[in-house]
Design a protein around this ligand. Sequence first.
Ligand code: ADP
Length: 453
Amino acid sequence: MPPRLAVGWSRTLGRQCLILLGALALGLLVGHPWPALALAALCIVIWQQWRLRRLLLRLQARRHLPPARGTGAWNELDRLLHQSQDDTRSRKRRLVEMLRAYRAAAAALPDAVVVLDRNSQRVQWFNEASTRLLGLQYPADLEASVGDRLQPLPISHWLASGRHAEPLLDAPSPLDPAVRLSLKLIPYSENLWLLVARDVSKLMRLEQVRRDFVANVSHELRTPLTVIHGYLDMLDPEEQPDWAPILSEMRLQSQRMTQLVEDLLTLSRLEAQEATADEAVPMSSLLATLRREAEALSLGRHTVTVEQSDDADLWGSTKELHSAFSNLVANAVRYTPAGGHIDVGFRRDADGGAVLTVRDTGYGIPAAHLPRITERFYRVSTSRSRELGGTGLGLAIVKHVLQLHQARLEIESEVGRGSVFSCHFPPDRVHPNHESRQGAKRDQARPPASRAG
Ligand code: ADP
């Protein structure tokens, strides 16, 4: 027990003993010790009850009562209670201030922040930016169903994916389709989720300007390059032997520039596209073309094998898929030293999808480069890529083509041993190839709903 409390308690005890002793002495004087003692004890009990009542009243009081003065156990208890009430009050005040500050900060955010109940998908709270960006109105939209309120955004479908919902990177605002939003879901408790929407219209416009710029520059460069190429072809090195090495270098460089421009235009076209063609892609003839291309590029320096182990074709754009696969095959030839092996394979996946693999026994790619290898102009070795005629855009084209086909690219590589590039297609993109031979239309093979996305 703290000394102050011990002193208070012993004082109260001491006082009560004194009262009892005094009463006993008085009782002995008048000849009735026991009634005197009983009377004193009764007084003590009444006094204790009175203090207990005061304490209970203090506990219940809404007003701020002053602390008790004086000594003794009851006064100490009173003071302790007063102190604890004071502490609780100031803690509560601090919490309320903090809550106000958090709310003010959330309200001042330029992004829309909406608190949702995960189970009922109803709006619990939202900040001011939600009115500007999502059209939510206070207080009418509190407890409103977020799916109904934020139409035409695919919110209900998106929320159903739960914690693993991928952010929606470019969605139209329900108020104005010209305003583009990026939406993110943040689960922060078992039942409450945060929906954060950011206005990315400016970013999207800049991205569009960048895309248009690259496409326009590439387009403008095409004509002068064709002219230069044409004139270079007219010059015969045999007529001017001194100029022969310069002419051949100029031809090589103009071919490289033409290839670069063509790749940039392909990439711009793919970026601008939202969906791809939906035709049957005959895989056996495509694989035969890839083999011919690999052999023509290799000029007998590599062993090329092609294997189609399953009877399946793809749905998609033959032209785009050919461009993606031939980029992978060209890379395999380019980055594999003479004497190496290049294997191209196409087979069904365990999940009903299909996978096209291009395997080589070439230089390989260090693991540190793999995460960025599909970025445009990203090269492991710029000098080697240029020397071998690469533009630095091949894998970016592959990535975009696969995205348009809802497929993904997987790369495994080991330096000095080689690389495997696998293009995984979902089951929806695969069909038995006899249908394509009969000229089957995809619409007949599958209900339209299964092609969404
Ligand atoms: P590039 O035109 O330079 O080949 P890509 O986008 O096709 O551009 O490839 C990017 C880089 O990835 C290449 O510069 C090369 O370093 C590396 N790369 C691609 N394919 C292979 C491969 N099969 N083996 C080793 N490195 C590769």
